[in-house]
Design a protein around this ligand. Structure first.
Ligand code: FPP
Length: 242
């Protein structure tokens, strides 16, 4: 069942969970699940472009993921660098603008350079913004925004804080999807999630296909976004509220 273009979320954010379980079920190392996760992310980016989604924000490495075994952490860093060097040309052709969100100081120079190169090379692309949250945490984001305001001697208000979040340029997600069956945000986009629609899927991320994405978009299309108002106060269709 196709969803009317106006009911497709402008901005989708995804917690790509379940890579480790997908690998364990196949007696593979966890890192094999993350590698498969990159393939699924590539497919999802294409599917989002085709469906008219404008911004896709994904959680690739959280501030807390440093606590994982050292080989998994270094494996995730390696996957990122390799995926960027392999996929950059294709992403450019597809009109994807890559942006990385998160604390960069703790990343190695090699990783930082690879993020900068990908951002620079795709800066003029307009089809879809792909925000990759890497060494990101929602609490970190709120604190860095508050610190920036304090350092500039500016008042902290909801508006000024929102303008200083790492996602300020792309706005809040309309739909947050978490795969892998867990029902929590795990420090993802805490401030930005205030009025996002949440969708939890049991599908493990390496098995998240177009049908699963369409299931999430269809569920979103049935939601009534009231932003604190009553149904009666909403103008016209369920997705035109501001
Ligand atoms: C959570 O699954 C997933 C991650 C911590 C990493 C997500 C990364 C990718 C999908 C690869 C794409 C990333 C880059 C670098 C662009 P889990 O490992 O917690 O799975 P589990 O809950 O089954 O153990």
């Amino acid at each position: 069942m196709a969803v009317a273009p106006e009911s497709v979320p402008r901005h989708i954010a995804i917690v790509m969970d379940g890579n480790g379980r997908w690998a364990s079920k196949r007696f593979l190392p966890r890192i094999a699940g993350h590698k498969q996760g990159v393939e699924v992310l590539k497919r999802t980016v294409r599917a989002c472009v085709l469906r008219g989604v404008q911004v896709l924000t994904v959680f690739a490495f959280s501030s807390e993921n440093w606590k994982r075994p050292a080989d998994e952490v270094s494996g995730l860093m390696e996957i990122l660098v390799v995926a960027l060097s392999r996929e950059l040309n294709q992403l450019k052709k597809e009109g994807v603008h890559l942006q990385f969100i998160g604390e960069r100081e703790s990343l190695s120079e090699r990783v930082r350079n690879s993020l900068l190169e990908a951002e620079r090379e795709t800066a003029d692309n307009r089809k879809l913004i792909l925000n990759v949250c890497f060494n990101y945490g929602g609490r970190w984001d709120v604190v860095q925004a508050a610190q920036a305001l304090a350092a500039a001697g500016l008042p902290i208000t909801e508006e000024s804080l929102a303008r200083n979040l790492a996602t300020a340029a792309v706005g809040d997600p309309d739909l947050i999807v978490r795969t892998g069956g867990e029902m929590r945000l795990s420090n993802f986009l805490l401030w930005q999630a205030a009025y996002s629609e949440l969708y939890f899927s049991h599908v493990l991320w390496p098995e998240f296909d177009d049908a699963a994405l369409d299931g999430a978009i269809q569920a979103y299309a049935t939601r009534e976004r009231r932003y604190g108002m009553t149904s009666q106060q909403l103008p016209g269709t369920s997705h035109t509220a501001t």
